[in-house]
Design a protein around this ligand. Structure first.
Ligand SMILES: NC(=O)c1ccc[n+]([C@@H]2O[C@H](COP(=O)([O-])OP(=O)(O)OC[C@H]3O[C@@H](n4cnc5c(N)ncnc54)[C@H](O)[C@@H]3O)[C@@H](O)[C@H]2O)c1
Length: 386
């Protein structure tokens, strides 16, 4: 199944790491550590192989991909030997990157995006293209009457207003081009009534939101433990220090607020109450793509005895995120091929702020994901295959 993976934010850290990783896997230069779709419970014939993936994308900057990869290698995010071994492959992906459409109305920009996606699909004879948003985190969308339904949206986009934030305009274009859409960021993306209705009308599956790669991943394992042992969590405070492009974006209070909200959701929904404390994100340029999260939890046990635990997570964000981007592209492509449409709630395992109201416990999410993959491999679906 020849599958296009179209990365929005294609020259960013996560995208560049995903591209180098996919090329290295395709060439047999590295193993699939971190790719959960290569675990025995998820592996199977419904998923496109790494050799079936063709990469492309949009970005607003023009830094050559090879230069981005070299910078990430110098920072210790990517092995330099892989970047050095893949110059032709990186040059081939470079030819598939397009500037983010600019100018005109939002309808014009959406039409240009649809053209880029359909040209890419045609040029490479792809069965489908999965659009994955890994671009910079945006502030929450401003309400607009055009968000209500597809008709109102189409009319509004043709006018002078900035009706949709960029993530939602890409989601709109993806749906219009017949492409499944994955949002790896906390941005609005497809989460607007008009876009949800349009995706349903067009039979497009979508997944999101905000990849779960660090502190929240640990929270989604620990919070269910406290709940299952009937221990009373009194406070949970976290500090995240990060650098890189994502850290710089999150220095903006509006983008920071969107991210913090998505990071705290797991606690309220798993524990049944929101304990005292919050999550803070601070930009520390010197950390580059590495992140340190420090969490302190206070809790009470039998007879109210007070206790505490703390953990420190030192993660390389892009190295944790990139294999999940490839997993999501493979699973979403298989879901589209099997006829799934609408929110792929069984992919909650991958996200901080999953679609629908599934469980936030990583163990329960894993069970759901395995069931979903098993049904895909067995050829079972509620809808007709395409
Ligand atoms: N790394 C992780 O562990 C992780 C986890 C969850 C979510 N995320 C999210 O993934 C996203 C990417 O992270 P990153 O570290 O690669 O950030 P980054 O800043 O390195 O990359 C973002 C890229 O998006 C591009 N971009 C900005 N606006 C755009 C637009 N309108 N159209 C096309 N491209 C645009 C930028 O030019 C940049 O190249 C962020 O939103 C981040 O919150 C990352």
């Amino acid at each position: 199944m020849r599958t296009g993976v179209w990365l929005v934010g294609a020259r960013g850290s996560v995208a560049t790491t995903s591209i180098v990783g996919a090329l290295a896997l395709r060439s047999g230069l590295t193993g699939p550590t971190g790719c959960v779709t290569e675990l025995p419970d998820l592996r199977g014939p419904a998923l496109p192989a790494f050799t079936d993936l063709v990469l492309g994308g949009h970005d607003v900057v023009t830094t050559p991909l090879a230069k981005r990869a070299e910078t990430l290698a110098a920072a210790g995010v990517l092995p330099g030997r892989l970047v050095a071994a893949l110059p032709d492959e990186l040059a081939a992906v470079e030819r598939e990157l397009r500037p983010a459409p600019a100018g005109g109305t939002q309808a014009d920009r959406a039409a240009a995006t649809v053209r880029d996606l359909t040209d890419f699909r045609r040029r490479h004879g792809l069965d489908r293209v999965v659009v994955v948003n890994v671009s910079a985190t945006e502030p929450a969308a401003r309400p607009h009457p055009g968000h209500a339904d597809p008709g109102a949206l189409a009319a509004a986009l043709a006018g002078p207003d900035e009706v949709l934030p960029p993530s939602s305009l890409y989601a709109y274009a993806a749906v219009r081009a017949g492409c499944p859409y994955v949002d790896f960021t906390p941005s609005t993306g497809l989460r607007l009534p008009a876009l949800v209705a349009l995706a349903a009308e067009c039979g497009i599956p979508y997944a999101g939101h905000d990849g779960k790669t660090g502190e929240t991943l640990v929270k989604s394992v620990l919070a269910p433990m406290f709940a299952m042992r009937h221990l009373a969590v009194r406070s949970w405070s976290g500090v995240n220090l990060l650098g890189g492009g994502d850290g710089a974006t999150l220095a903006d209070p509006a983008a920071n607020a969107a991210k913090v909200e998505s990071k705290q959701r797991v606690l309220g929904e798993t524990l049944g109450h929101l304990p005292q404390g919050g999550t803070r994100i601070e930009y520390v340029e010197a950390l580059g793509d590495f992140k340190t999260a420090w969490d302190l939890i206070t809790f009470a046990g039998f007879l109210g005895t007070g206790m505490r635990m703390e953990f420190t997570w030192h993660g390389c964000d892009s190295a944790l995120a990139a294999p999940l981007v490839l997993d999501l592209a493979r699973l979403t492509a298989a879901a589209h091929a099997a006829g799934h449409a609408g929110p792929l709630t069984d992919l909650a395992f991958f996200f901080k702020d999953p679609l629908g109201t599934p469980t936030h416990s990583l163990a329960d999410q894993w069970t759901r994901l395995c069931g979903f993959a098993h049904r895909l491999h067995a050829g079972g679906t509620d809808a007709a295959p395409r």
